[in-house]
Design a protein around this ligand. Sequence first.
Ligand code: MF3
Ligand code: CO
Ligand code: CO
Length: 295
Amino acid sequence: MASVLSQAPVGTLTPGALSPERAVPDHIERPNYVGLAEPPKYTGPDAFDATTVARIRRAGQLAADAMVATGELIRPGVTTDELDAFAHDYLVRHGAYPSCLLYRGFPKSICTSVNEVICHGIPDSTVLNSGDIVNLDITAFLDGAHGDHNVTFLVGDVDQESQLLVERTKEAMMRGIRAVKPGRPINVIGRAIESYARRFKYGVVQEFIGHGVGPAFHTGLVIPHYDAAPEYSQPMEPGMVFTIEPMLTLGTRHWDMWEDGWTAVTRDRKRTAQFEHTIVVTQDGSEILTLPSAG
Ligand code: MF3
Ligand code: CO
Ligand code: CO
């Protein structure tokens, strides 16, 4: 059904209540940062052999399957904590550790970012209402590798301005992905994203970035989503694995942090959307590693 509203509301979100910490069965391998205030420094390579890429692909495919299944629960009345509970059980049932859980102390298994939340929203008692938009960011750690994926969903009947923002943010991510080719500088990715976003006068958030991913959740390789030239001119190489995860806004690109130290909201409380894939650089372009298994 077509939306009756054309304009997006300005947000008034406040934190909800957290549920108790979820358990992960003993037989599931934990990433090395669990129990530490911050992850041990990653000193490995940015480009991986085919065996390592295959492990990242399996983790990424599981994250994408969890995304499809969890996304099916999104409807008016569901809480973000219920989405976290389902995604947690899905990953654990398939032998994976939910990478967000206890990463730098993050208290839940996925990120749920509603309306004006740019990223890293913490699942809690917040109830989703018709007209909201919500991003789920799901990362799976399986067989020593992380696959990182996020999608913004519509809840019930959403105004046209928000629908367009969500659609165009996905397209911005895809344009960033299509800019990937070995030999090109990393900064072509952000240039493709920013020049598309500018057509619609959307803000492009700069401080949260794409990142190398694989044996570590964040390897240290930085992928800006804006035109950072002449910085970030390092050439892309076959076997490099990283995320592309632009955050676009209806107003300002600047943000405030909630007191929880995680939830980043637009400074003007206008809406924002994000999409994320983990990709590998191939001989002639790229392959997306966070696609759901067929069927
Ligand atoms: N998955 C997020 C990313 O895209 C990172 C979340 S970190 C967490 O990089 F601690 F908030 F979970
Ligand atoms: Co990421
Ligand atoms: Co992510």
